[in-house]
Design a protein around this ligand. Structure first.
Ligand code: NDP
Length: 278
């Protein structure tokens, strides 16, 4: 069983450490606030450097890349593998990988698509990119975090790029979810009256994602089912209802403006998938 070090015991770092210990990996942890490690079946190190020297595999999961870098002692990390689960952009991940290579540190950038409670189980989706050799070496230990692991290649920024693309969908969809309930309430529709219908509507998205993926791959965006012009007309009347209720309409207004850009560029008769390739 590979020894593992976890730096950072926020909700996610704590869940990662819990999963490693549950799988039987001798685990050393360090956190700025050490008491957060008290309930773990792990050694709580006094310093980050002491924790790093305890294991060949070092996982860091803290607030941001700046904090992560401030904790990482390059001399102690030399010859070890660093898996960075700290959220960041593709550019930050590549910068971290360059820094790691300069110091002879094996670098893997990791992305977690899960809540802390899901870590270790089948619902935790994990994305990795960076050193393929380091990933292969430590894949058995990383499996403790979840079997749904996706290695995306040597480009260290690729996992963060998947993260950004998928979170683009998540947050714009989440905005739609909360706005649905705000508009429904303004129109005297109770949450339980509309929740089931909202879920059924989101069910369409699985097919739509496949359709747009096919269209983007082919570079062809037929408007057979619905055109950008007709989608814009639908948005106009929904925006009218939103404004009539004095609600904030920022996200839908921005989506409507995207439609207008496509119409102005001459794509009004094409399908909405065209917006992915404007
Ligand atoms: P936070 O993002 O709040 O990070 C908390 C951790 O960062 C704690 O260990 C905290 O130490 C440490 N920290 C913050 N500032 C400093 C500092 N100046 N010096 C040293 N340590 C510091 O909590 P999470 O655990 O939720 O998230 C960690 C990472 O995991 C984030 O990048 C996040 O994007 C990612 N993530 C989180 C998910 C979640 O659902 N929570 C889901 C997917 C990814 P202390 O305990 O002492 O405050």
């Amino acid at each position: 069983m590979t020894s593992v070090t976890v730096l950072g015991l926020g909700p996610m770092g704590h869940a990662l450490a819990t999963a490693f210990t549950a799988a039987g990996h001798p685990t050393t942890v360090w956190n700025r606030t050490p008491e957060k490690g008290d309930d773990l079946n792990a050694i709580v190190a006094d310093t980050a450097t002491e924790a790093i020297t305890a294991s060949p595999l070092v996982v860091v999961c803290v607030l941001n890349h700046q904090v992560a870098r401030s904790l990482l002692d390059t001399d102690a990390l030399k010859g070890r593998t660093l898996v960075n689960f700290t959220g960041g952009s593709p550019r930050q991940a590549r910068a971290m990988a360059t820094w790691a290579a300069e110091h002879d540190i094996g670098y893997i950038d990791g992305v977690i698509m899960a809540t802390p409670a899901a870590i270790g189980g089948p619902e935790a989706a994990l994305f990795y990119s960076g050193s393929g050799d380091a990933y292969e070496t430590h894949r058995p230990a990383l499996a403790a975090l979840g079997e749904n692991a996706n290695y995306l290649g040597e480009d260290p920024g690729r996992a963060a790029a998947f993260d950004a693309s998928l979170q683009d969908l998540f947050w714009t969809a989440m905005s739609g979810v909360v706005h649905t309930f705000a508009l429904a309430a303004a129109e005297n529709i109770g949450p339980s009256d509309i929740a089931g219908h909202a879920k059924a509507m989101l069910g369409f998205f699985s097919d739509m994602i496949d359709q747009v993926a096919r269209q983007v791959a082919a570079g062809h965006f037929p408007g057979d089912d619905s055109t950008i012009t007709s989608a814009a007309a639908a948005m106009d009347h929904i925006l009218g209802t939103i404004r009539a209720n004095d609600l904030d309409n920022g996200v839908l207004s921005a989506a409507r403006a995207e439609m207008q850009r496509a119409i102005d560029a001459g794509y009004g008769s094409e399908g909405v998938g065209r917006l992915a390739a404007l």
